[in-house]
Design a protein around this ligand. Structure first.
Ligand SMILES: [Fe+2]
Ligand SMILES: [Fe+2]
Length: 305
């Protein structure tokens, strides 16, 4: 197996690895979207349409959900989807910086370099798209807590290789499963369906790229390095999953925040949805040797396993 010039000096990037990126580049050239033109940003929002499929609401199936009016459910799901989109923007900003840093001075002739930059361009459009969708739904920014925001700052400044791509993959996989339902939801706002459709298509390439990068970086890695990566990625998953929906969404729907949080914590339906959305990810992590005792314990805690 021949190695491609400069990239090989940074990590064991082979010609076969570069072929994966080449195929992803071809796919990007065939099917990419411009959300500014693709989405009807002027269309009014029908009153009764949800922000996300009710089954994806954090409160669905709880006693509180049963007590809520239809109007409250619509408001809650719109705030929930915007909270997830804002978390998406936050994470896309982190990953753009990590990918850009990872590609620093790498061979511009390699497909890996070119796909990585294509991915950054995609994420840039996605973040603007999510920002516009939230503005359209009239939902203000939900920010992560100070502690979590600082943790994100540390992670984006230091994570590299498998740890960086592992965090990226977690966020992309979890969002992917939800958005596949959102884009098909008949009672879901068209703006959410359309943005989800674009995101699902473009992110499927990002996920392939992240999986490939993780495999490459872990090739021949020592057991200690693999264990460290496993724990680090699981810690990232903990942060991502626990900050996806901001508690402020319950207040916005006129609910008692404490009670809502307690009901979400005790919701068996919610746990099942989390496990469903993590199934592909867990299968990949198992295959990559990233389900260690420590990481498994973390995934169980957040019901991803
Ligand atoms: Fe994205
Ligand atoms: Fe992505």
């Amino acid at each position: 197996m021949t190695r491609t010039g400069t990239a090989a000096r940074f990590h064991g990037h082979t010609a076969a690895d570069d072929d994966v990126s080449k195929r992803l580049l071809e796919s990007a050239a065939t099917l990419s979207y411009d959300p500014a033109a693709e989405i009807d940003w002027e269309a009014p929002l029908p009153d009764g349409h949800y922000g996300l499929n009710p089954e994806w609401s954090t409160l669905y199936g709880t006693r509180l959900w049963g007590e809520m009016s239809e109007e409250q459910r619509v408001t809650l799901t719109r705030h929930e989807v915007c909270s997830i989109m804002t978390t998406g923007i936050w994470f896309e900003m982190i990953l753009q910086q990590m990918v850009l840093r990872d590609q620093y001075l790498k061979d511009p002739g390699s497909a890996e370099f070119r796909f990585a930059l294509t991915e950054i361009a995609d994420e840039c459009r996605h973040s603007i798209m999510f920002a516009r969708a939230c503005e359209k739904m009239g939902v203000p920014q939900y920010r992560p807590s100070r502690l979590i925001a600082q943790a994100g700052r540390l992670y984006k400044a230091t994570a590299r290789g498998e740890l960086a791509y592992g965090g990226i993959l977690v966020a992309e996989e979890v969002l992917d499963v939800m958005q596949r339902d959102w884009m098909r939801g008949e009672n879901v706002l068209e703006i959410v369906r359309g943005t989800s459709r674009i995101h699902v298509v473009e992110e499927s390439r990002h996920m392939k790229f992240a999986r490939q990068e993780i495999r490459e970086r872990l090739r021949g890695a020592s057991p200690a390095r693999r264990r460290a990566a496993a724990t680090g990625i699981a810690a990232g998953a903990f942060v991502i999953v626990s900050s996806m929906v901001h508690p402020g969404v319950y207040r916005a729907a006129g609910l008692d925040v404490e009670r809502a949080i307690a009901e979400v914590r005790g919701s068996e339906h919610r746990r099942a949805m989390m496990r469903t959305s993590s199934r592909h990810l867990m299968a990949f992590l198992a295959e990559a040797g990233l389900l260690t005792r420590a990481s498994t314990a973390i995934y169980r805690r957040i019901h991803m396993l």
